[in-house]
Write a protein that binds this ligand. Structure first.
Ligand code: NDP
Length: 302
């Protein structure tokens, strides 16, 4: 079996940036991706990618994908199920194939947290959604809510207001922790009503969602419930290698995007970086490529 220089698991901003740089540094690089472009492709408008004043998530994701591809990364739409070390090489196994690499980069991202409220699983795809961009257009002229108090919830509320007649933003604390630019847009959007200090107790309906009950006892009629309450890092593939995780289950990295295991790197939403943005994940990917290159060449740089 041929041994690549670098295996990258994940095709989001972080993994694709790592791939593009690794290939440009001359490393034989294979990248595995389930969703080309990753989570950013489910974001509506992106206005904080330096140098691009405004673009869409799908456009940014697909441009990063193309950039990695034309740089020479071998793209595989295979799901890696396990990773192990055999001698000096890392072996990544999908259902059908095995791949060997001198280095490995985890850019595995995260998955959406669920509320755990009664009715949430029952009405999944029947009014309950974790992606406003994907499903928002189904709620034209309808009433919806978005649950969460971070920047994702704020951005999704703004997107949903383009379709729905009314958007409740349900925040469990008494503050919405969103970018000031998004907070300003929310203040200017009459369709959005923020309910502070409230949590969803139950989602109710028949064939699909009809209303929610809040922990305060209040009931609100609506057809859509969008959940944006944060992410769970996807790091289980790294554990058998002995990679150290934070208490939140994120892969611990240093300023070289190195983990505690030589030859193993991580970048993006699966890491313990505090400020997680598309651009920070991308930068961590580029850093992983550079120090992976140094590791492969047995040098401290170019
Ligand atoms: P955050 O972790 O920032 O926020 C999650 C929110 O959901 C918090 O307000 C939290 O409340 C609330 N929450 C958690 N669990 C529940 C629950 N069970 N019921 C009700 N509310 C709950 O997640 P985001 O997805 O908003 O952001 C994740 C990361 O992605 C951040 O680092 C953010 O900066 C980044 N991001 C980057 C973007 C970009 O690159 N442009 C765009 C959007 C996000 P509490 O505060 O009470 O815990």
């Amino acid at each position: 079996m041929e041994t690549s220089d670098m295996l990258i698991i994940g095709g989001g901003c972080a993994g694709l940036s790592a791939g593009m740089y690794a290939a440009r540094l001359g490393l034989k690089t294979v990248l595995f991706a389930e969703l080309p472009g990753g989570l950013i492709t489910t974001t509506h408008v992106v206005e904080n990618w330096p140098g691009i004043i405004s673009t869409t998530g799908p456009d940014l994701g697909m441009n990063l994908w193309e950039h990695a591809k034309v740089s020479g990364v071998v793209m595989k739409s295979e799901v890696i199920q396990s990773v192990e070390k055999q001698g000096d090489v890392f072996v990544a196994k999908s259902r059908r194939n095995e791949y060997q690499g001198k280095t490995i980069v985890f850019a595995t991202g995260s998955k959406h947290k669920h509320l755990g409220a009664p009715g949430e699983e029952e009405f999944a795809n029947k009014g309950v959604s974790y992606c406003a961009l994907c499903d928002g257009a189904f709620f034209k002229e309808k009433i919806v809510c978005i649950v969460g108090g971070g920047d994702s919830a704020a951005k999704e509320a703004l997107f949903l207001a383009q379709h729905a007649t009314k958007v409740y933003l349900i925040v469990r604390k008494d503050v919405l922790r969103a970018e000031p630019a998004n907070l300003k847009l929310i203040e200017q959007e009459p369709k959005i009503e923020i309910l502070f200090g409230e949590e969803v107790a139950e989602i109710l309906g028949g064939e699909s969602v009809e209303k929610i009950r809040l922990k305060s006892g209040k009931e609100l009629a609506m057809q859509g419930v969008f959940v944006a309450i944060g992410q769970i890092p996807l790091t289980e593939l790294a554990v058998p290698l002995g990679v150290e995780l934070s208490t939140k289950g994120e892969i611990k990295i240093n300023r070289h995007s190195e983990t505690n295991i030589a030859g193993v790197y991580a970048c993006g939403d699966c890491t313990d970086t505090e400020f997680k943005q598309a651009i920070t994940g991308s930068a961590e990917g580029v850093t992983a490529a550079y120090f992976g290159f140094s590791y492969v060449k047995g040098s401290s740089g170019f």
